[in-house]
Write a protein that binds this ligand. Structure first.
Ligand code: C2O
Ligand code: CU
Ligand code: CU
Length: 855
């Protein structure tokens, strides 16, 4: 960047002396730097790398570092007195090696190749990069391979351990003098290490290193020609100019003989300096930094800037949502519940005023429902959303997009409908997006809980409003248990905690901030866990079971521990895995759950371990893009906690054989033109009311999710728990996706039961599901809530089981006839036409057989 190239730093303006000319000092950051990697084809470089290398690898392959500076800040005619190059050596094998600088004799390039960290092997050169063979890859070779440079070095220094090292010599000053006299000859230096034996390479930090203090710098002491002096610019920078030159660039000339370095004494402009509590003071940059503020730039004004509130992390204890209290029945048993959804204020961080949220029975997130397999639970959801005056709301709290499907007909009142995500529930209790109820209305859902133990979560599902209703807070955990799981003695009670992770943005008054227009994504800048921003949890020295729910609108998290320790995943969306899986990172997309065990037994009291995230937004995205690195903190206490071992096997997860599937469906997703929002995320180009997927109850299907978009979509199906078969890259041939390359099986922690699957760009993700339980209309959709509201959500019509489909293959043919006859004569009660095997069954079967299945 230009500002770095001309980075004069620091020092007092010294008054001109009439007799002597004072020496000035300038400090420069590199204009470019790169590494030449010895290879026979010259295809390797590292233009964007954080490191550069000099010396030989263990295989005696040579690396040479190139570095150049823009010296145009030193006026022509100046006399160079001394020059010092300082570099940070960041990685090395033991031992001192001499690293020498040679003047480069031809121009060379730095382009966009990037070898990552440490970068010692380099990466494929990009056009314009310097390589061992090229000044500019791929067309402009060096005249001498390995670079053109002077035969004798200008300076050398022995570098050994990790430290800063400097090069300085009369010849180095002579090099700079030559470049100031003839800027067209300035191609910088090449650094060569010990090239006489192997394993001598030293790694230096480049101008791309994240830590500015570790980037190379060149300090030049010089005397400017007579008449030159310091020229102060409005932004506070200092340039060496004569009077006329200074005036022509809009600066204020300080007089001949005044200097810019080593300390810049130009008057520093003030700017808006923001503090964590949202206050703003007009200060210079130095004063702002000294007072712990955040400088908004020279000449910015507090009058026109709103300082964001900065929340201190890990100062609030993690809340554990209360367990829902039944109105009849027992917690964890058959029971009925009243759940009142209302608007209230809740404090989401110590340093922030209370936030208006929507929650259930007075809490956000809502209470945790406890249930057991086979014991039904009925919940009466009451929409009691009222405005600040106490009147039932007729409008939403957040801006509604009126042209989206849903609000286009039903308007902006806060309609709700509650869905239990992960449940096998009759259609009328599944939270169908069309079944919304208004403020003042209620709706009862009954969940039979005829499924094995799993972590579910409930959330609003109103057509065209889901993203807003969930963002306001309408979500919570629902935990289904069974005896098989109870017998495993996993951590429970105080050692079992749901973690509902969501990202939010806030205005300075504490209110929730959401995109004002309709956007196809939402990313907050604060992580809220169980309703507190960046909380901490005091943990005893033992195992904890955390049921992680990604309840965010769009954000995916890749969760790891700050001490890089592994932890254990025991379950996924649909319940326990077959066996525990040791993981260092788990990626959870919106809607997904991860059931994990973290063991704190080996840490001493006082140890702090952060649960951190490194997933970029627009996942899989560019590394670092929009990442909120902190999620929450664990603080280890002295008491012992849960010590029991995690069993080596958890439960049987039989694979559904692919041969069972009678139907394969292809589900394409793509962004397409759409009248309401310009473009929309759609499935197969169809809309919510276009119903073409009709799986039949008690049959098995394979669904191929084809992602023709640049981001990952977490695809969720209601009613079923499926298994991931595989993922495969594809190409489009005649506008149809055709798989290419290997079919990649799911990782162990994805090989259990799932209801939401990460489908990656350019891949076909195949899942297999058996449709059991209930027939009717069930949604399937992308769980990025903005996409769901876009209509990246459709319905499948699960058709009733066919009574004459005796072998459940969704085809009525002679095999069914033989299967029926076999049952009939075995009199095995499998006939089901009139509950007794009589000749009437035979006639009933025949009429069904010829009439075909009901649709
Ligand atoms: Cu969690 Cu249809 O959604
Ligand atoms: Cu769901
Ligand atoms: Cu999506």
């Amino acid at each position: 960047m230009r500002t770095h190239m001309f980075g004069f730093v620091a020092a007092a303006l010294v008054a001109a002396s009439s007799s002597s000319v004072l020496a000035d000092q300038a400090t420069f950051a590199p204009l470019k730097d790169n590494t030449l990697y010895q290879d026979p084809v010259g295809g390797t470089s590292n233009g964007m790398g954080e490191t550069m290398f000099a010396g030989n690898t263990a295989q005696s392959s040579t690396r040479r570092a190139l570095i150049a500076f823009d010296l145009s800040g030193i006026p022509a005619g100046s006399t160079i007195q001394s020059v010092t190059l300082t570099m940070s050596m960041s990685r090395t094998r033991a031992g001192g090696q001499s690293v020498a600088l040679y003047r480069v004799l031809a121009d060379w390039g730095e382009s966009t190749s990037y070898a990552g960290i440490p970068g010692g092997s380099g990466s494929g050169a990009e056009p314009g990069d310097a390589t061992w063979l090229h000044r500019f890859y791929p067309d402009t070779p060096w005249s001498t391979i390995g670079g053109q440079f002077t035969p004798t070095s200008s300076a050398s220094t022995v570098v050994s351990g990790v430290a800063f090292y400097s090069w300085s010599s009369a010849q180095l000053a002579a090099d700079v003098q030559a470049w100031v006299n003839n800027p067209g000859s300035n191609f910088g230096w090449i650094a060569r290490g010990n090239e006489a034996s192997g394993t001598t390479a030293k790694s230096f930090d480049t101008r791309h290193h994240a830590d500015v203090s570790k980037r190379p710098r060149l300090v030049v002491n010089f005397t400017a020609p007579a008449g030159y002096g310091a020229c102060c610019m409005a932004d506070g920078t200092c340039r060496v100019q004569n009077d006329a030159g200074c005036t022509s660039i809009g600066g204020t000339f300080q007089g001949a003989g005044t200097v810019c370095g080593p300390t810049n004494s130009c008057p520093q402009p003030t700017g808006a300096c923001c503090f964590a509590d949202t206050s703003c003071i007009q200060l210079t940059q130095a004063a702002c930094t000294a007072q712990g503020g955040n400088f908004n730039g020279p000449n910015t004004s507090c009058g026109s800037i709103i300082c964001p509130r900065v929340l201190t992390k890990f100062v609030d204890a993690l809340p554990v949502p209360p367990v829902a209290q039944p109105t009849t029945g027992t917690i964890g048993g058959a029971a009925t519940y009243d759940a009142v959804i209302s608007q209230f204020q809740q404090q989401l961080h110590r340093d922030m005023p209370p936030t208006t949220v929507w929650g259930i029975n007075g809490t956000y997130p809502g209470p945790t429902f406890e249930a057991s397999t086979g014991l039904p639970v009925s919940i009466t959801w009451m929409n009691d959303l009222r405005d600040a005056q106490g009147n039932l709301r007729t409008t939403h709290y957040l801006p509604v997009e009126p042209c989206l499907h849903g609000p286009d007909i039903l308007g902006s009142a806060p309609r709700l409908v509650m869905h239990l995500h992960g449940a096998k529930t009759p259609r009328e209790s599944d939270g169908h997006p069309d079944d919304t109820f208004l403020p003042g209305q209620e709706d009862t859902d009954t969940h039979p809980n005829d499924q094995s133990a799993l972590t579910m979560w409930y959330h609003d599902h109103a057509l065209g409003l889901t993203r807003l209703n969930v963002y306001m807070g309408i979500a919570g955990a629902y935990i289904l248990r069974d005896n098989e799981e109870r017998n495993l003695n996993l951590p429970s009670g105080e050692f079992e905690i749901p973690l509902i992770i969501q990202d939010r943005s806030f205005n300075n008054d504490g209110s929730l901030r959401y995109n004002s227009g309709f956007d196809d994504r939402f990313y907050g800048d604060v992580v809220v866990v169980n309703g507190k921003a960046w909380p901490f949890l005091n943990v005893k020295r033992g195992k904890y079971r955390f049921r992680i729910v990604n309840g965010s609108n769009s954000r995916t998290y890749s969760l790891s521990l700050s001490n890089n320790a592994n932890y254990t995943q025991i379950g996924s969306d649909g319940g326990l895995l077959a066996a525990p899986v040791s993981v260092s990172t788990i990626t959870v997309a919106p809607g997904e759950r991860a059931d994990v065990v973290i063991d704190f037994a080996t840490y001493s009291a006082g140890t702090e371990i952060m649960l951190r995230n490194d997933a970029p937004i627009n996942f899989p995205g560019a590394p670092g893009d929009g990442v909120i690195p902190e999620v929450m903190n664990f603080v280890v206490q002295s008491q012992a906690g849960h010590q029991g071992a995690i069993p080596v096997t958890l439960r049987a997860v039989p694979r559904i054989p692919e041969s069972q599937a009678r139907v394969v469906r292809t589900i394409n997703f793509q962004q397409m033109a759409f009248p309401c929002t310009g473009t929309a995320w759609l499935i197969n180009g169809l809309l919510w009311d276009d119903i073409v997927e009709t799986p039949r109850l008690n049959t098995t299907e394979v669904w191929r999710f084809v992602n023709r978009s640049p981001i990952m979509h977490p695809m969720h199906m209601h009613l079923v728990q499926f298994q991931i078969l595989d993922r495969q890259a594809f190409e489009i041939v005649n506008n149809l996706p055709v798989g290419v390359g290997p079919r990649v099986l799911p990782l162990a922690n994805e090989a259990g039961w799932k209801d939401t699957v990460q489908t990656y760009p350019g891949e076909i993700t195949r899942v297999i599901a058996r449709f059991t339980g209930y027939s009717g209309m069930y949604p399937y959709h992308c769980h990025i809530l903005e996409h769901e509201d876009h209509e990246m959500m459709r319905q499948m019509a699960v058709l009733p089981a066919c009574p004459c489909d005796f072998n459940n293959d969704a085809i009525i043919d002679s095999r069914d006839y033989f299967a029926f006859i076999a049952s009939f004569f075995a009199n095995n009660g499998d006939i089901n036409f009139d509950n007794a095997t009589t000749s009437q069954d035979f006639f009933d079967f025949l009429s069904c057989f010829f009439a075909g299945c009901p649709s």
